[in-house]
Design a protein around this ligand. Structure first.
Ligand SMILES: [Zn+2]
Ligand SMILES: [Zn+2]
Length: 274
């Protein structure tokens, strides 16, 4: 069974239309395709060079919701389409706004991701280079990042179901701190207190870090804590849907996972064997 819950069409920074994504997913043999468009970010938080930030307006967001609902009907019987979103965790100050967004729409699931530390959008290369100057060491950046993940996880109730690219902070880091996994353990402990699902996100293989999110060591620690996992691609184009999932599955098996979570309409969860 092939599925993918972390995908982006061309509403913000994806390349293909939602229909093109669906057609490609059918061709690849997917049973379930979840869309997780970026929720419009608060305007105070911008990347330095981010035209897509400007177009993530609320009218486009409404178009997205309407289109996914239409596609769900249109492709019924051919592929199960899920309506989700990926939102940027910024700080607890925005909780009220997010709770409203969560209940306004009948989401099948949502993904919570940290892309910003304060006003620093660290996952764009230009921004990384500038923002890192404000920290004494890579360890300090990692700690700040995981503190933000913990804050997000502790506020996750009824907001989201999947933790996006758990160790994204390594994206541009060529020198990974020796204790990179240990720095992540408190955030894993927080996840273990919830029913959140961790994704093995295969997009990292194409980035500077040259490996999936999260690292094998973190994945092993997640298994020790009985944190459920799923497979995601974070595809921003149709050719990358479910990319490298065989590799992801091998890693899951290697650390002892026998089951993966599959989401369905209305957020229902199914467990399938690895
Ligand atoms: Zn993301
Ligand atoms: Zn994404």
């Amino acid at each position: 069974m092939i599925f993918d819950f972390h995908t982006h069409a061309n509403y913000a920074d994806g390349e293909n239309s939602a229909t093109e994504m669906v057609e490609a997913a059918i061709e690849k043999g997917l049973s379930v395709l979840g869309f997780s468009e970026h929720h419009p970010r608060h305007p105070d938080f911008r990347y330095r060079n981010d035209p897509s930030g400007e177009v993530r307006g609320l009218s486009i967001w409404q178009d997205y919701i309407v289109e996914i609902d239409l596609l769900k009907k249109k492709y019924k019987g051919k592929i199960e389409i899920l309506k989700g979103s990926e939102f940027d965790w910024l700080s607890r100050e925005h909780l009220a706004e997010w709770k409203k967004w969560r209940v306004e729409t009948d989401w099948d699931y949502n993904i919570g991701s940290v892309h910003f530390l304060g006003k620093w959008g660290f996952d764009y290369f230009e921004d990384w280079e500038v923002g890192r100057q404000n920290f004494q060491s890579v360890e300090e950046i990692y700690t700040a990042y995981y503190n933000s993940v913990i804050e997000m996880v502790e506020s996750a109730n009824d907001l989201f179901e999947i933790v996006g690219h758990f160790d994204l902070i390594k994206k541009f880091v060529k020198e990974v701190p020796a204790n990179a996994a240990e720095l992540a353990f408190p955030a894993l402990d927080a996840i273990a207190q919830t029913d959140l699902v961790l994704e093995i996100n295969s997009s990292g293989w194409k980035k500077d870090c040259a490996e999936q999110y999260p690292s094998l060591e973190i994945l092993r620690a997640a298994k020790e804590r009985n944190i459920p996992i799923t497979l995601d691609s974070d595809a921003h184009s149709k050719d990358r849907i479910a990319e490298n999932f065989e590799k992801s599955k091998e890693l899951a098996k290697k650390v002892g996972y026998e089951e993966l979570v599959v989401f369905h309409q209305g957020g229902e969860r199914e467990f399938v064997g690895t």
